[in-house]
Ligand binder design. Structure first.
Ligand code: ATP
Ligand code: MG
Length: 255
């Protein structure tokens, strides 16, 4: 098996000397190619900070991250831009679709930037739209389709450039349970069919139960890890137990 993400001695501190907060404290872990890994933990535990560092959107204070053998923490901005375009896909809670473009053009955007030939673009759109079941939404605008369809368009945009890794931060956060379940099935399908590595932050044990492994973050360290063995239901039960053990299992507890 090939290591896709290799994190070594990663720390992140916000603020300056007099007033600083250590959000991540010496994390080391690996994600293998084709894994579907969840990141869970109480609100404020540092999940988004960690995901954003892995996704090249934020920088660590100490430590390094390798993705597909390349050290993303020491890349120049132009290298980083092409690395993002070629290797990474992002699905955020807020979709980040452009309202002035059709859904099709939103999906195409990363390919157009990369100057992929039109024939190839059309072939890929056909394929991801079929996987994500968004064919009938393609020629509408984002505000003309449902929230669940919008999130699937955002997923299609993340997939169309055939990334090695997809990063998702609470991708089901604003979806009803039916749309959430559909999206999770699609992500699973992509994970299996394309061997795409997925790293997903979530508060929700049901969403997490689609992963192969969950890293639980608390107080800036990896508090524990739960690996899927047996059925999704068994995994779900283990995730719930671990959330109870960790305390402050989610946003509700933070209110
Ligand atoms: N840019 C920043 N500057 C200063 N502090 C920050 C910054 N971003 C995050 N933090 C702090 O770092 C800690 C971790 O934040 P982060 O967003 O990573 O948590 P999280 O686990 O994703 O929480 P949630 O579940 O609520 O989304 C929090 O205490 C937060 O206030
Ligand atoms: Mg967060």
């Amino acid at each position: 098996m090939k290591t896709m993400i290799d994190v070594k001695h990663l720390s992140k501190t916000y603020g300056n000397k007099g007033n600083h907060a250590k959000v991540l404290d010496n994390l080391s872990f690996q994600v293998e190619e084709g894994e579907f890994v969840g990141i869970m933990g109480p609100s404020g535990a540092g999940k988004t900070t960690l995901l954003n560092i892995l996704a090249t959107i934020n920088l660590p204070t100490i430590g390094r991250v390798r993705i597909d053998g390349q050290d993303i923490t020491h890349m120049k901005e132009n290298q980083l831009n092409s690395f993002r375009r070629n290797e990474l896909g992002f699905i955020f809670q807020e979709f980040n679709l452009l309202d002035t473009l059709t859904n099709r053009d939103n999906i195409v955007l990363p390919l157009a930037v990369n100057r992929v030939p039109v024939k190839e673009i059309n072939r890929r759109i056909e394929k991801v739209s079929a996987i994500l079941n968004v064919e009938t939404s393609l020629d509408k605008y984002p505000d003309e389709v449902s929230v669940g369809q919008r999130q699937r368009i955002a997923a299609a945009r993340a997939l169309v450039s055939k990334p090695s890794v997809i990063f998702a931060d609470e991708p089901t956060g604003s979806l009803d349970s039916k749309s959430a379940t559909e999206l999770l099935h699609y992500l699973t399908e992509i994970n299996i069919q394309e061997d795409t590595t997925i790293v997903m932050v979530t508060h929700d044990p049901y969403t997490a139960s689609f992963c192969n492994r969950i890293l639980f973050i608390k107080d800036g360290i990896i508090f524990s890890e739960v690996v899927k063995r047996g059925t999704r239901q068994e995994f779900f039960d283990k995730v719930i137990d671990m959330q109870a053990a960790i305390g402050g299992g989610g946003k509700l507890n933070g209110l």
